[in-house]
Design a protein around this ligand. Sequence first.
Ligand code: 8YV
Length: 311
Amino acid sequence: MAQEILQVSPLPPFMMKALHEAEYIVHDHTHIKDPGALSKVTAIVGTGAAKVDKKLLMMLPNVKLIAICGVGYDGVDVAAAKEKGILVTHTPGVLTDDVADLAFALVLSIGRRIPQADKFVRNGDWVDDAFNLTHKVSGARLGVVGMGRIGRAIAKRATAFDMPIAYTGRAAKTDLPYPFYKTVGDLAAQVDYLVVAVPGGDDTKNLIGAQVLQALGNTGYLINVARGSVVDQAMLVQALKEKTIAGAALDVFWDEPIIDPELRRLPNVVLTPHIASATVETRQAMAALTLDNLQAFFERRALLTPVPECQ
Ligand code: 8YV
């Protein structure tokens, strides 16, 4: 019997194709025609941007799985899901390299002002003047906020650039040689580049606020490849305007894809549209892992990558 699933965010065409080929009946939450279909749905599928709250779960009496195509699942009310006996899966591992690659591209972009230099050439400004000198990235100090899989992959890349590494997180990792700081503020005070790689959600909301930005100081850069919610965006805009930090490179924002116009106008930022995992290879791997989790669930096998709360 074909299984009915509810899609709660836009999914890439190749993933839709794979879902149809696997003979799932996919209902699109935003265009649902038959409200009766909601009671037939047994699984939800969506990206890391998907919002799956208690209210939605109340409308889906037979749902038993939420399969997120993304490593972050901060949009899912996991406590509410668990209360209803619903399992949650995500896609860790397969996107680690891409996210770390983008984090490092952002370090280089903001440090060497690559987008600004590109604009300088395109605008014809080079004819009148030389581009202002930037600062050396190799050998600069890099701090990682959240030394999980992605944090470690960022540190590995930084090692190749001879960057001294330090980190903060829930606890020190016994297998890592880098100095651990108990607070983000203490770490920020010691580094030139502060890279945020923690999960989103209530626990990390506004973790990077005025005090951390002040500690980072006017020669420090903030890089965020985690979630917009981790950074107090109003405080960040203020720090960038007043140049109390040197700059920021952001792949994630509050209220995506609506970006604060003040942030967009600032010269000391590099902004990318949440593309850390957005390569063909990785998005295909994420889609395949999500489908594997769905299949395992419907075949009553152990889930491949349940979220830690469901393990
Ligand atoms: C994706 C992400 O952009 O995995 C995550 O948590 O934020 C990104 O990899 C998102 O899931 C959309 O597919």
